[in-house]
Every structure is written in C-alpha cells, then in structure tokens.
Design a protein. Structure first.
Length: 306
C-alpha cells in the first residue's frame, strides 16, 4: 500500500518517513508527525487548534460514553475496519476531551510503529509509561504549537495568571498551559507540585509494622508536604530537587496549602543540602485528581548565572 492509498494518519506517516533507528529519535519524530497532521488537515495557523477537523480529515471517528477506570480515552482500529474509532469519556470537560483526542492521535502513530519491524530497544520505547509520556508531549505540541505559543508567552510575564489566559486562548486545561509555558519561556523557571505524603522509607517501615502487628492503630510518622513532581525550563547541572524532602514549615508554599490561598513573594527555599536559593515564588493550591496539591512557580534565573 502506498501513502496515497493509506488513510490512517500514523501508518501513512510511517510509510512516508520511515521508522526512527533509535529511541532517542522519537522526540523529533513525533514533532514531525504533529506538523504532518496540521499540514495535511490544513489547520496550520488557527487557534484553538481544531482537533475534530484533523480527526475528520483522516476519517477518524470519535464517540463519547462511559469509560471504566481512569483512562481518558482509547482507540479501536485495524484491518477489521477501514477507519479508526476513538472513545472518550462523556463526562469529561471540553479541554480534557480535546487533550484526550490529541493523545489518541499520537497513539495512532505508535500503533503504526509497532506494526512494523522494530529493534528490541525501539519496541520497549514504544510501549508502557515511556510511550504514554511521549503521547502526552505530542498532544501538547499539537494543541499548543511551539512558534505561536512562544510568541504568546514572550509577550506576557511568566505567572499563573498568564497560564490561565493561555489556557483560555488555546482551549486547554490550566495545568497543560502552565507546563507548556514553563517549557517554552525564554527565562528559566522551575514548577514544583507539592503533596502531603510520607517518605518512601517511611512507607516501607509503616507497611512492615502494620503487617507485624495487625489490629493495632496505624500511628507512625505524619505526612508532610513533599515534592511530587517538578519541571524545569532548563535544569542547571548542579541543582537537584529531591522528592523525599519536605517544604520548610514557614514557607509561603506551606501556608498556601494550609489556608487555601494563593501567595507570592521572595523567599529562601532550602531542601537540606540538595537545593538552596532565594527565589521570586508564586504558590497556588489546586486539586489534581483526588489529591490536594500546591503548585509553586520559581524564577531560577540567578541559578543559571551562578
């Protein structure tokens, strides 16, 4: 089958461009695929990006319905049908639905890749958590085109308010807009999500204790506000933000969690000997899934100069 006869976007792209020789080529390969989707569907310039039009151009149908578990969506395609069907949770917000559809468009590329002959290293990279991360990154690229997004970010201050405006402009979630902003800003920033939890070592000790003494109350150490994940614009080679350490008691980040109010200012953030500096910080409490978090946005410009 030639590329002109193939309607499935992933398979058509693979026929035209071939398969990357190594996993480290997947990132740029997905970027080329995203450009291919926009170009073929002739939706290069407009925002919000019309995901439904891209799906329609490639004869990809999507349906809404109740989906079990926490999956955002899933696809059905193959030789049985001459088209693809993407299923999306009917109760999702429009921004989540758009991201799910974009994610599944990237999934169609990985489906095409795994239909071909891959090295063991490539097959591993095209499956599991690594593939999911790449699909999410590809969805962000599709919905928030780099050149246009950079222009919008550079004309505004890097802040939570800017992320909210960008989310509205590109019709994406606040968190998606925030992550893309931190990625593409010309100044170095660090975004940290904090959640109340135990250290991994405390979890293991607590679990062992509960198994040894059934029926006794849980007790044990109290959960503290610790790093859940972090994203750098550009990570300095000498800086490390460990997930096991807790935020200082007097930090505005902790106060934002306790009183549920946004805070901003300049303060020192010290996580033992691993991370230490004085930063302009914004801290905002948010609900992500079933858990309460605090997002902190740190201007790390001075770290790059040191």
């Amino acid at each position: 089958m030639t590329a002109g006869e193939e309607t499935r976007p992933g398979h058509r792209f693979v026929i035209e461009e071939g398969i990357p020789s190594a996993p480290n080529g997947l990132d740029s390969y997905i970027g080329q695929y995203v450009d291919f989707l926009r170009r073929e569907a002739t939706v290069n310039g407009g925002i919000p990006v019309p995901v439904a039009e891209i799906l329609g151009h490639f004869d990809v149908e999507y349906q809404t319905g109740a989906i079990e578990g926490d999956r955002q969506g899933f696809k059905f395609s193959g030789d049985v049908l001459p088209y693809q069907v993407v299923f999306i949770e009917e109760g999702d917000r429009e921004t989540r639905r758009r991201f799910s559809l974009s994610h599944e468009l990237i999934e169609l590329l990985f489906e095409a890749l795994t239909d071909g002959r891959l090295s063991p290293q490539m097959r591993e990279a095209c499956n599991g958590p690594h593939k999911e991360r790449l699909c999410n990154q590809g969805a962000a690229r599709l919905l928030m085109p780099e050149e246009r997004y950079r222009d919008e970010v550079h004309s505004r201050p890097v802040s939570f308010d800017t992320a909210s405006k960008l989310a509205s402009l590109f019709d994406v979630s606040f968190l998606a807009a925030l992550l893309r902003m931190v990625e593409l800003t010309s100044r170095p920033f660090l975004l940290i999500a904090w959640r109340k939890k135990l250290k991994p070592t405390q979890k293991r000790r607590q679990s062992s204790s509960q198994l040894s003494f059934p029926g006794i109350g849980q007790g044990g150490p109290a959960k503290k506000l610790r790093v859940e994940w972090r994203r750098w614009t550009e990570k300095p080679s000498d800086q490390y933000v460990p997930t096991s350490l807790s935020v200082p008691d007097r930090s505005m980040i902790r106060r934002a969690f306790e009183d549920g109010q946004r805070r901003s200012g300049t303060e020192r953030l010290k996580l033992e000997d691993a991370f230490d500096g004085t930063f302009d910080i914004e801290a905002m409490p948010v609900q992500l899934g079933d858990n309460q978090y605090v997002l902190s946005l740190l201007d790390t410009s001075h770290l790059a100069k040191d």
